[in-house]
Design a protein around this ligand. Sequence first.
Ligand SMILES: [Zn+2]
Ligand SMILES: [Zn+2]
Length: 299
Amino acid sequence: MNRRSFINQSAFAVGALTVAQKGILSSFFEDPWKITMLTGEIGIFEERGGTIAFLLSKKGIVVVDSQFPDQSKHLIDELKKKSEKPFKLLINTHHHGDHSAGNISFKGIVDHVLAHANSKINQENSAKKNNSEDKQLYPDQTYTDTWCEKFDNEEICLSYHGAAHTNGDSFIHFRHANIVHCGDLLFNRKHPVVDRGAGANMKHWMEVLDKALAKFDSKTQYIFGHAGPGYKVNGTADDLHKFRDYLGHVLKFVEGEIKAGKTKEEILKATIIPGGEDWMTDGIQRPLTAAYDELTAKS
Ligand SMILES: [Zn+2]
Ligand SMILES: [Zn+2]
């Protein structure tokens, strides 16, 4: 077959594909990750795991969360194309593997890794339990209440408001741009993980979100750890209100079922939470289990 007839036949073959097949073909050639710039120097990276944010400042690059090792390698390669500056700081919103397992890809590349003190303890405990200590890059800097540092004309402030999704979740505020990375303090229309083993508390999580709504303003843009299908990983205070209310609906529903004499097994059969109808993803048992355990815990 000469080259021309091969091209003609190939073109015909592609033309004969269904739309779905063409979609598979093009996704095969496209990058599996997506970068969205929110400002000239702050962007988000989505591939697999919790949403990553980054700042490309004149002083250097700051990254918030690291997904998994391969994803961080993809991110590092992309950011090197966008900036010649060094990687100054990697921040973890909390310890979960889908936010910190990629830290190891920054070993020898980044100056410092920062997280809340409890997040570091949780990361160490998880790694010891999973026998994965050699695959970790732990924070070398921690804080307890607040932490701020200037990066050229941007200032990054971390704040901690107590137990929520874990006992070590930070809000990361890019003050000049007025963008806040919430990590897993916000699951946008997706049933959340509630890590009671790492000190999570749903009632207090609602208070933490109220504190954020009081601390930040109506123009603040938010980045979320995760979103349900069709929903975005960034949004507004309205999404924080909605998620706070959703947590309240879960607790109210489970409390009502307990009072009605339902067993835990019966409660876990629910497929929808009244008031939380936007949360249609799998994993409803996670918040139901956590709410049941929290409400029936002996204090
Ligand atoms: Zn996560
Ligand atoms: Zn998490």
